[in-house]
Design a protein around this ligand. Structure first.
Ligand code: FE2
Ligand code: FE2
Length: 292
């Protein structure tokens, strides 16, 4: 428990995040950075970026509701304090991605209607499965749903987005890198805290396994929708001046050489493989989801 306390304490959080990698940032990036001009001037790209960012806000609002909701369900004080830091992280993620919507030209007065118009129904379902556990104060299932499934997914989505936008959008890349660093901490908590609780409550396994299978299905359905709506690579390439770096490699692949369906498969396979590894470590048997 001593290691657990120091790695997930508020003191550690203060030193590593607000006084560490977030120091000096403004909405997650160095002050003054802007969305690239070419992006803002091309309505097709701008609207596509809005639709993508809406999914990030929807996912982070769910993470905020879940992490705050789990505080009062947590069986020990150290977990409550960690979840309090996570709650602030998730609120920050909601804020920085909401700010990106404003930077992309969404009027503050039409934020909610923009979210409603573009929120992916499968992502909404994914969030509902998790929130049902949180609302029942089911701590073990809630932490697996949030800190293993939701954040395992978000972590890889953010990493892939960051690799894709390298050389195109430093502002968004910087915003993502702070969020990725936060998510890494959250995923670590899920694994470290939950293993021992599952050993104490083996009767909960079946329910948790069903939840993972269901959430994974809606995740795959969300990915399938999202990769039907990716920007035309040629249009993106025109924004990259000759000296800007190419998209980074991710999971051993050159992302600019993949078709959208190949990217979708790479992302799905990567996330599901990680689920399997992490769930096995905490004593849960991974369930292969139906393919949407
Ligand atoms: Fe988050
Ligand atoms: Fe998170």
């Amino acid at each position: 428990m001593a290691d657990f306390l120091s790695a997930y304490s508020i003191q550690y959080w203060l030193e590593s995040a607000p006084q560490g990698y977030l120091m000096g940032t403004e909405f997650g990036h160095p002050p003054g950075e802007k969305e690239p001009e070419g992006f803002l001037l091309d309505d097709g790209l701008r609207e596509q970026a809005i639709r993508t960012t809406v999914q990030l806000v929807v996912g982070e609002r769910c993470a905020l509701a879940a992490s705050s909701g789990l505080i009062n369900a947590a069986p020990d004080e150290a977990s409550k304090r960690f979840l309090a830091t996570q709650t602030l992280d998730e609120a920050r993620h909601v804020e920085v991605f909401t700010q990106r919507l404003y930077d992309l030209g969404v009027a503050k007065s039409s934020l909610e209607s923009t979210l409603q118009a573009h929120a992916n129904p499968n992502l909404v379902k994914f969030a509902e499965v998790l929130m049902e556990k949180v609302d029942r104060k089911d701590f073990v299932a809630g932490v697996v749903g949030q800190n293993v499934v939701l954040e395992g997914m978000a972590f890889h989505v953010f990493e892939m987005m960051q690799a894709t936008t390298q050389g195109l959008n430093p502002k968004f890349g910087h915003t993502l890198s702070g969020v990725i660093a936060d998510e890494r901490r959250h995923v670590g908590f899920g694994e470290n805290r939950i293993g021992s609780l599952i050993q104490q409550h083996p009767d909960r396994k079946g329910d948790i396994e069903r939840m993972q299978k269901e959430m994974s299905y809606y995740m795959l359905a969300t990915f399938a929708d999202a990769f039907r709506d990716v920007p035309d690579p040629a249009r993106l390439e025109r924004l990259r001046d000759g000296t800007a770096p190419k998209p980074a490699q991710w999971q051993g692949a050159r992302l600019d050489e993949l078709e959208p369906q190949e990217m979708e498969r790479l992302l799905s396979d990567t996330v599901l493989r990680e689920f399997k590894i992490r769930l096995e470590r905490i004593g849960i048997e991974y369930q292969t989801p139906a393919r949407p």
